[in-house]
Design a protein around this ligand. Structure first.
Ligand SMILES: Cc1cc2nc3c(=O)[nH]c(=O)nc-3n(C[C@H](O)[C@H](O)[C@H](O)COP(=O)(O)OP(=O)(O)OC[C@H]3O[C@@H](n4cnc5c(N)ncnc54)[C@H](O)[C@@H]3O)c2cc1C
Length: 408
């Protein structure tokens, strides 16, 4: 664990993080990052023999989980104090990737908030060290935006274990995950938000089957997950039985807050467009330059808003505040995908290697943030109700037991 001086300033924290990363990052990675050779860095990031020991060391240093308590591998910093660490990691592209987002950002914060001491001891250190991958088993074919309408069932057995049956969908990295965050209905006689329980599911249990779904990008990182007579032990319940909705709120807030771009002020995705445009001559086009710079301004404003919200309202932020940030980030991602193709139209259509293929990937994946973690329309609903004070969506069946509802 790295040592921070008492009452360290943000400058000191940033300098210590930079020094530690520079001295401990595998040499090839450090050299590639210092030369801004991101293609070489990406190759190293894809190599488990390089990544695994690096992420384990990063976890042991406390820099992967700076806001966690020290007993579970953290540095006990606030979100805004830890921003310079995010900056230092970004400088070397040395932080954990999106394939680890569910584990580090969602499972970590939810277990910290709701876990028993045994669950925290069992899961948090391995999470900090990237020992296991986690997936989120929330969405179902009939429950996405209306998540509380989920129908996967968990029935308590005489020995206290649970029998789980149902189907989940759009579960990122479920096919390569060791654990899943699962929501299931445990009391169909209660109103829909009340009879749900949250489980920490061991994905190797018999009856758990993840089937990858191929997307238009050509990648297949998300899945449908079938749960057939899966027997889950009693200690897999996170929080209270039938109290899963409030546990899920912690996950959803962390997700919303985590899908808002870089949690520090500095180079972001829009700066990547500048370097692409400069390298192929597209920068000479004044209209394109204007569009890129508008995106840079929006991204910097979002980064500053994120920092202000960390300082004022804490990590997860209030729901509506996270919704505003996510809404803006979704628009930045769409702008990035569109401009990536305009800067380099020929590689949006045809490519000869992975490096060139990223243009079509950026273009085809541009809607990700406007859907994942709650759609843009749902964020607008939240903002209109909680910020603007407009009337709530009417649910004529409010309070009706789930199994008597006529609609989900
Ligand atoms: C890249 C990606 C990764 C994902 N990863 C995961 C994952 O790991 N785990 C997981 O569980 N899920 C995951 N999801 C699923 C995601 O959470 C859902 O797709 C999302 O919540 C929307 O649900 P839905 O697809 O069922 O659409 P629906 O809820 O059916 O919505 C369809 C359309 O109707 C609109 N709509 C619905 N209700 C309202 C309303 N009340 N007011 C206004 N408009 C409304 C929506 O905005 C949308 O445009 C992922 C999705 C994506 C795109």
């Amino acid at each position: 664990m790295i040592e921070l001086p008492t009452n360290a300033t943000e400058e000191q924290i940033g300098a210590i993080a930079h020094d530690w990363i520079r001295s401990n990052l595998p040499e090839q990675w450090r050299e590639a990052a210092e030369a801004r050779d991101w293609a070489a860095v990406e190759k190293l990031r894809a190599d488990d023999s390089v990544c695994k020991p690096w992420f384990a060391a990063l976890g042991d240093s406390g820099l992967a989980t700076p806001t966690w308590p020290s007993e579970y591998g953290g540095l006990e910093l606030s979100q805004d104090e830890s921003a310079p660490i995010a900056d230092a990691l970004e400088h070397y592209r040395a932080g954990r990737g999106m394939d680890d987002f569910v584990g580090l950002a969602l499972a970590g914060s939810t277990i910290l908030a709701h876990g028993t001491t045994e669950q925290k001891t069992r899961f948090l250190r391995p999470l900090a060290r990237a020992e296991y991958r986690w997936c989120q088993l929330f969405s179902e074919p009939g429950a996405g935006s209306d998540l509380a309408g989920l129908s996967t069932s968990a029935v308590r057995q005489e020995d206290g274990s649970w029998l789980i049956n149902g189907q989940k969908v759009w579960n990122s990295y479920a096919h390569v995950s060791e654990f899943g965050l699962l929501m299931a209905r445990t009391d169909p006689q209660s109103p829909k938000h009340k009879g749900i329980t949250y489980f920490l599911l061991d994905m190797s249990l018999p009856g758990v089957e993840a089937r990858p779904l191929r997307q238009m990008t050509g990648n297949a990182e998300f899945n449908e997950v079938f749960l057939t007579d899966v027997v889950v032990p009693a200690d897999a319940v996170l929080g209270e039985v039938n109290g899963g909705w409030s546990v899920a709120i912690t996950t959803l807030m962390a997700e919303r807050s985590g899908l808002t771009g870089r949690p520090a002020v500095g180079e972001g995705v829009s700066d990547e467009l500048i370097s692409r445009a400069r390298s192929n001559g597209a920068w000479d086009d004044p209209l394109l330059r204007d569009a890129i710079l508008k995106l840079v301004v929006t991204e910097r404003a979002l980064q500053m808003t994120t920092m202000r919200s960390f300082a004022e309202v804490g990590p997860g932020g209030v729901g509506a505040e996270g919704s505003i940030r996510k809404l803006v980030n979704a628009s930045i991602e769409e702008g990035f995908g569109t401009l990536a193709a305009e800067i380099d139209p020929q590689h949006a259509l045809a490519w000869s290697d992975e490096q060139e293929r990223r243009v079509s990937q950026d273009f085809l994946a541009m809607k990700t943030t406007s859907i994942a973690g709650g759609t843009t329309q749902i964020q607008k609903n939240i903002i209109s109700e909680r910020v603007l004070g407009l009337p709530r969506d009417v649910d004529p069946e409010r309070g009706v037991p789930f199994n008597q509802r006529k609609r989900a």
